[in-house]
Write a protein that binds this ligand. Structure first.
Ligand code: NDP
Ligand code: 2IT
Length: 444
C-alpha cells in the first residue's frame, strides 16, 4: 500500500474535505503493515472499497419558525459500510456540519462499531441546523421535517440512527414519532430512545461511562486507578456529564468543564448536584458554561482553554480537533498521565504525536468512546427480543465490552518496548474484522 499515493488521489477527488482526509490518513498509516502482510486485502480492493461510503443521501429540510418564516437547511445520511451489520451511527445537528465532517464521522464509526464486538456497520448523518436559541416547537418541526425525508432510507435491519451533538433524547423522540407515523411500524429503528418506548437503561450515560472504563483499563496497565486523581473534562453535554459521574464515582476529583465561552474551574470538585446541573445547563440550548460559576461560586475563565488546568487525567468530550499540539505540550508539562477521547477525533494528529512521543496513555475516540454505540447495540438486541434488561445488566455488558476493546488494542498496539500505541491497536483491530468480512462476502 502506498499511503501517500492513495491520499493524494483522494485529495484530488475530494478537495477541501479536511476532516475526512485526516481520519482516512490516520487509519491507513496504522494498518499499512498488516495490509501489506495480507495480500487478500489488496486482491479484493479493500482500501478502495472501504474509504468511500456505499452511498450518501443529500436532502433539504424546509421548516417554518414560530414567526411563520420559512427556513431551508441541508442534511445528509452517509451509509458507509454494512459488511458486519446494519449501518449504525448518530445524527449531528450543528451549524458546522458538512459532508466532510459526516464522512469523517461515518468512516470512524466503521472501525469503532467493529471494535464493540457487536454486529453493526458504520454510518453517520446530520444537518447544518443550529439548535441554539430555537424554541421547543421549532425543534419539533425541524425534527419532523428531517424525518419526512430520512425515513425511507432507514429500518431496524438496514440503518439505525442515534444521537450526537445537538441530538439528545428530546430530538430522538420527535424523530421517532414521525418515523412511526410514516412507516406505520413501531420497531427499534432509532437508539437512544426514551425508556418507556424501547430505550435502554444506561444509554444516556454510556459514552461517558465507557470512556472512563476504558481509561481505567489504560491506567491499570501502569498500576494506577482513578482514585485520588485530578480530572479535567471539556464540554458539558451528554458525554461530559457521564464521564464526570463515573470518574467521581471511582474516587477522582473533576475540577474543570468547558464550553465554547471558556472554562469553569471548581477546586472543590464537580460532584453530586453539580453534575446534575450540567444537564440543566445543556438543556437551556444557550451553549454557555459560565452560569455554573454563579450557581456554585466557582472560577470562570472566559475564552480560555481548559487544557491549561493542571491535571492527572484529561477527557476531551466536546468536538473534533478540540485539543491541539500546544494544548498537548501543556498537558504533558503539567504532569498529565492519561488522555482519553470522549469526542470523535478530539485531538489533532500533532497533539497525538506529542502524547505518543512522551509515552503517556492516549485512548483514541474510536476505542474510548465506543461505549455509546455499544449500548446502542445492546438497545437493538433488547428491541429485537422485545424485552428490557436491568441497569446492572446493561452496565455490566458495557463494562465487559470496554474491557474487550482494551484487550484488542493491547493485542494489536503493543510495541517492542512495551508501550501501548492505542491508536494503532484500535485501527488494526477495527479494520481486520471488517476487511475479513468484505473478503469473505466477495466484491459487492
Ligand atoms: P455536546 O452537547 O456536549 O456538544 C458539544 C459541544 O461542543 C458543541 O455544542 C460545541 O459548541 C461545543 N464546543 C466547541 N468547542 C468547545 C470547547 N472548546 N469546549 C467545550 N465545548 C465546545 O455533545 P455530546 O456530549 O453529545 O457529544 C460530545 C462529543 O462526543 C462529540 O464529539 C460527539 O461526536 C462525541 N460522541 C458522542 C456520542 C453520543 O452518544 N452522544 C457517542 C460517541 C462520541 P458550539 O455549538 O458553540 O460549537
Ligand atoms: O459517535 C458515536 O458513536 C455516536 N454518536 C453514537 C452512535 C450510536 O449509534 O449510538
Amino acid at each position: 500500500m502506498n499511503v501517500e499515493k492513495i491520499m493524494s488521489d483522494l485529495e484530488k477527488k475530494h478537495p477541501g474535505e479536511v476532516e475526512y482526509l485526516q481520519a482516512v490518513r490516520e487509519v491507513l498509516e496504522s494498518i499499512e503493515d498488516v495490509y501489506n502482510e495480507n495480500p487478500q486485502y489488496e486482491a479484493n480492493g479493500i482500501i478502495e472499497r472501504i474509504i468511500e461510503p456505499d452511498r450518501i443521501l443529500t436532502f433539504k429540510v424546509p421548516w417554518v419558525d414560530d414567526k411563520g418564516k420559512v427556513h431551508v437547511n441541508l442534511a445528509w445520511r452517509v451509509q458507509y459500510n454494512n459488511a458486519i451489520g446494519p449501518y449504525k451511527g448518530g445524527i449531528r445537528f450543528h451549524p458546522s456540519v458538512n459532508l466532510s465532517i459526516l464522512k469523517f464521522l461515518g468512516f470512524e464509526q466503521i472501525f469503532k462499531n467493529s471494535l464493540t464486538t457487536l454486529p453493526m456497520g458504520g454510518g453517520k448523518g446530520g444537518s447544518d441546523f443550529d439548535p441554539k436559541g430555537k424554541s421547543e416547537k421549532e425543534i419539533m418541526r425541524f425534527c419532523q421535517a428531517f424525518m419526512w425525508e430520512l425515513w425511507r432510507m432507514i429500518g431496524p435491519d438496514t440503518d439505525v440512527p442515534a444521537g450526537d451533538i445537538g441530538v439528545g433524547a428530546k430530538e430522538i423522540g420527535y424523530k421517532y414519532g414521525m418515523y412511526r407515523k410514516l412507516a406505520q411500524e413501531n420497531t427499534g429503528v432509532y437508539t437512544g430512545k426514551s425508556r418507556n418506548w424501547g430505550g435502554s437503561l444506561i444509554r444516556p450515560e454510556a459514552t461517558g461511562f465507557g470512556n472512563v472504563y476504558f481509561a481505567q483499563e489504560m491506567l491499570m496497565t501502569k498500576g494506577e486507578t482513578f482514585k485520588g486523581k485530578t480530572v479535567i473534562i471539556s464540554g458539558f453535554g451528554n458525554v461530559s456529564w457521564g464521564a464526570a459521574l463515573k470518574a467521581t464515582e471511582l474516587g477522582a476529583k473533576v475540577v474543570a468543564i468547558s464550553g465554547p465561552d471558556g472554562y469553569v474551574y471548581d477546586k472543590e470538585g464537580i460532584s453530586g448536584r453539580k453534575i446534575d446541573y450540567m444537564k440543566d445547563l445543556r438543556a437551556t440550548n444557550e451553549d454557555i458554561v459560565k452560569p455554573y460559576s454563579y450557581e456554585f461560586g466557582a472560577e470562570f475563565h472566559e475564552g480560555k482553554r481548559v487544557w491549561e488546568v493542571k491535571c492527572d487525567i484529561a477527557l476531551p468530550c466536546a468536538i473534533q480537533n478540540e485539543l491541539n499540539e500546544d494544548d498537548a505540550k501543556i498537558l504533558v508539562e503539567n504532569g498529565c498521565i492519561c488522555v482519553s477521547e470522549g469526542s470523535n477525533m478530539g485531538c489533532t494528529p500533532e497533539a497525538i504525536e506529542v502524547f505518543l512521543n512522551n509515552k503517556i496513555l492516549f485512548g483514541p475516540g474510536k476505542a474510548s468512546n465506543a461505549g455509546g454505540v455499544a449500548t446502542s447495540g445492546l438497545e437493538m438486541s433488547q428491541n429485537a427480543m422485545k424485552l428490557s434488561w436491568t441497569r446492572e445488566e446493561v452496565n455490566e455488558k458495557l463494562h465487559q465490552i470496554m474491557k474487550s476493546i482494551h484487550e484488542a488494542c493491547l493485542k494489536h498496539g503493543t510495541e517492542s518496548d512495551g508501550y501501548i500505541n492505542y491508536v494503532k491497536g484500535a485501527n488494526i483491530a477495527g479494520f481486520l474484522k471488517v476487511a475479513d468480512a468484505m473478503v469473505e462476502q466477495g466484491v459487492v
